[in-house]
Design a protein around this ligand. Sequence first.
Ligand code: KDG
Length: 344
Amino acid sequence: MDWDLVVIGEILVELSSPVTLRDSTHFTLSFSGDALNAAAGAAAAGASVGILTRVGDDEFGAAITEYVARLGVDTSLIRSASSPNGLYLIGADPGGQKEFIYLRRGSAASLLSPEDVTAEIVGSARSLLVSGISYAISPSAAAAVLRGAQLMADRGGIVVYDPNYRPKLTTPDAARDAFAKIAPRASVVTPSWPHDAVTLLDGADPQAAARAVLAAGASVAVITLGENGLLLAEGDKITHYPAFHAPIVVDATGCGDILAGTLTARLALGDDLDLAIRLGMAAAALAVGHRGGTTRLATAAEVWRHLERAADGRSPAGGQVPQPAPAPATAHSTFDKHASPQPD
Ligand code: KDG
């Protein structure tokens, strides 16, 4: 099997509430986690995507695998483990940060290890998406993420790294250490401003954060700015992309993951960076219209329509709408700046 994209990370049982956790009495059960959100976004964007993870053989195991398949994500890279699946509760916090409660210590996915990330798997994929969450769930998962990023960088494929700093999962020092190890192997790094960037990067503003990502060794920095859009930095050039209009705003959970998944998918399918970014932003703007990370993703056609509306001036952002590139026959190497990857 060949994949446009392989995502490494944890699938979580998700219990979400429309009100703050303190006031919650009813929760909606679904499955999520940044890796699954991104993989689902990539599948919706037209990519063949596999999720490399471990799923536990508890009461949720079979339902998780069925759900992944329903999202159009290939399940053949899911390994089983006799540990419980990780779970998180999420409540709404209209005024600020999302609230998470995790029950994931010792979870099935935390048993991921470098042996799971074979050269054969990475060699069959055009791109790899890893995150600071996948790295933080256990030392063996961290080693798996690093091995994947190194193998993909060595072959000149696309490595996208979303730092996704989660203070309940890791410490600032450990997150900075992860950043220093993964960023040099990455083609594109997508920290959020201010949440990720202030903790992980020296930089007084988003432009400085973008330069710090490039100084760490990544080829491209994408600093996401929430409702202010994003900054794209490559070489000496920094470009601001205004945010797309979000027609319905319900819950921002996972919209950064949808951006990262769509962006990676479209790069792997051969789109240029500008188009891949704008498709990612359009998909993310539509993703805030539903609760949870994966409950209802926009289809590729809906994302294109949103991009076109923006280009016609019917909603903010966008520009000319170029046609999508056909999928390349081999891994494309826009970002093969990995001749001498950094050691661990
Ligand atoms: O980006 C959204 C994720 O944070 C959410 O789906 C849960 O994966 C998750 C995590 O570890 O926080």
